[in-house]
Design a protein around this ligand. Sequence first.
Ligand code: UDP
Length: 247
Amino acid sequence: MPGKVDIHGVLIDNVTMNEALEKVLGMLKSQTPQKIFTPNSEIIMQATRDPELKYILNSAELVVPDGAGVILASRIMKNELKEKVSGIDLVKKILKNTEKRPTSFFMLGGRPGVAEKASVNILSDHPKARILGYRNGYFDENEVPEIIKQINDSRAEILLVGLGAPKQEKWIHRYAGELNCKILMGVGGSIDIFAGTAKLAPEFMRKAGLEWLYRLIKEPKRAKRMLDLPRFILLTLKKVTADRKNQ
Ligand code: UDP
């Protein structure tokens, strides 16, 4: 398997989408829960300020580059990642593969009713996928034991956790030891996308690496948080300049 690429301290697996799927299929045979995270440039910037988040990301069995910014940074640092493997695209790939290898899921996250809508849409597109349970992502700490029981009783192989970053990464890390799923995957807003309550950027914008612009137009309240995108590129340029000086 190909190695890892260090993007500001976050170790990203240098995999193509097909290689990521192969890894997922291997994980489905494992005895203990395997973690998958999908950091984009915003999450990597969060990790530069939050050592716990960085540690959690780096302890996962699979970390894929979610977004054009991460690929651009790897290119600038001359350690180029093969391709963008976004969380939503990886989930879609696993769903498509259910034709060959039926797979079961539990969805945790989104506002009440969203995961249910998402499962209806997923099942109509992928009849061989099995959605064995879902739960909205707005709950108190004291409800967690019951949620864990619901997930374990469902016997789902893959738990998709869409609580937003870094909540989902920290939740997965904290409760991995109590969960019986094969795979625990942080999926951000993907449950909303499957439900149709949020939309992906149009293909031409995604290809041009402009999904952030689409997001900014749709959710202007994210603007402050999105300042991390230019900060991410600046940090990358600074690092390359410093490395050159030290050569
Ligand atoms: N969410 C949730 N519980 C929370 C906070 C957020 O279930 O306590 C969900 C929210 O409804 C949305 C997703 O988490 O479906 C956040 O999506 P976003 O794309 O904003 O994720 P991020 O970019 O923060 O990873």
